[in-house]
Design a protein around this ligand. Structure first.
Ligand SMILES: [Mn+2]
Length: 238
C-alpha cells in the first residue's frame, strides 16, 4: 500500500469535492464547478477523483487539457490536492508547485487527521476489478495512445458507460464495503473521506467518522473540512 502524500498545512476550511464526471470542456458542470471554486473562500481544494467521465491525456492537445486548465484557473494559487479516480483513466496533470496528485492524501485540520481517497479500494465487485486491471495495463495505454484523441476518446467514452445513467443511484453494497474499509482506516486518522459511490453522508464511527462526498454530477454536493469537523453541502448556483 503506497504511503499517503506529505500533509500540507494550513488547510482549515479545505473544500472537498468528487465525482464531477465531466464530459469535456463544454460540460455545464465544469462552469458551475469553476464558479463555485473561484467564489469559495476555502484556503485549498481537494478533488477526490472522477473529475472526468473518461479522462485521458494524449501526447498532443487533448480534450481534457481545457478542463484541467479551467480548474487550475479557478483554484488559483491555493493548494490543490487530487486523488485520481477510476474514470480519470490516463489523465496527466501538469507539474505545478501548488498541485499534489496522489492516490491518498493525509491532511490535518484542527488537530484532526483525515485520510482522503477516491474510495474504489473498497470496490470488490468482480466486473469492476477486472475492468480496472485491464485499464491500468500497459497494452491498454498503448492502444488508447495509438488511437489518438478522437478515436481514443470515443473508445474511452464507450468504456466509461452511458451518459443517461442516473449518478444519484447508489449501490448500497458498495457503500457498505466502503464503510468496512473506512472503519479499518480509523485509528491513525480520525476521518476518512471518500467519493466513488456517489453516496452523500457523514457517519460517526468508533474512533472517528466517515465522510462520503456524494457527486458533483447530479447532486452538486461537496464538503468543507473545518476546525470543528466536516460539513456537507449542496451547491445551488441559482
Ligand atoms: Mn469512481
Amino acid at each position: 500500500m503506497p504511503s499517503p502524500a506529505a500533509a500540507p498545512t494550513r488547510l482549515d476550511g479545505l473544500l472537498l469535492l468528487s465525482d464531477a464526471h465531466l464530459r469535456g470542456p463544454a460540460d455545464p458542470g465544469l462552469a458551475a464547478l469553476c464558479a463555485m471554486i473561484a467564489a469559495h473562500t476555502a484556503p485549498g481544494v481537494a478533488l477526490l477523483g472522477d473529475l472526468l467521465h473518461a479522462g485521458w491525456t494524449w501526447r498532443g492537445p487533448s480534450p481534457a487539457d481545457d478542463v484541467l486548465q479551467a480548474i487550475l484557473d479557478a483554484v488559483g494559487s491555493r493548494p490543490l490536492l487530487v486523488c485520481p479516480g477510476n474514470h480519470d483513466f490516463g489523465l496527466r496533470w501538469p507539474k505545478l508547485p501548488q498541485l499534489c496528485v496522489a492516490e491518498r492524501h493525509l491532511v490535518e485540520v484542527g488537530g484532526r487527521r483525515a485520510l482522503l481517497v477516491h474510495g474504489d479500494e473498497a470496490d470488490r465487485r468482480r466486473g469492476y476489478r477486472l475492468t480496472r486491471r485491464v485499464v491500468q495495463g500497459r497494452s491498454f495505454a498503448a492502444l488508447i495512445d495509438a488511437l489518438g484523441p478522437i478515436r481514443g476518446q470515443r473508445a474511452l467514452d464507450a468504456l466509461a458507460g452511458a451518459p443517461g445513467a442516473d449518478p444519484r443511484r447508489v449501490d448500497a453494497g458498495l457503500v457498505e464495503a466502503q464503510r468496512q474499509w473506512g472503519r479499518a482506516q480509523l485509528g491513525p486518522v480520525e476521518l476518512v473521506v471518500m467519493g466513488h459511490s456517489h453516496h452523500l453522508g457523514l457517519e460517526a464511527q468508533p474512533g472517528g467518522a466517515l465522510l462520503w462526498l456524494g457527486s458533483w454530477v447530479g447532486q452538486r454536493s461537496g464538503a468543507v473540512l473545518g476546525p470543528e469537523g466536516p460539513a456537507v453541502f449542496r451547491y445551488d448556483s441559482a
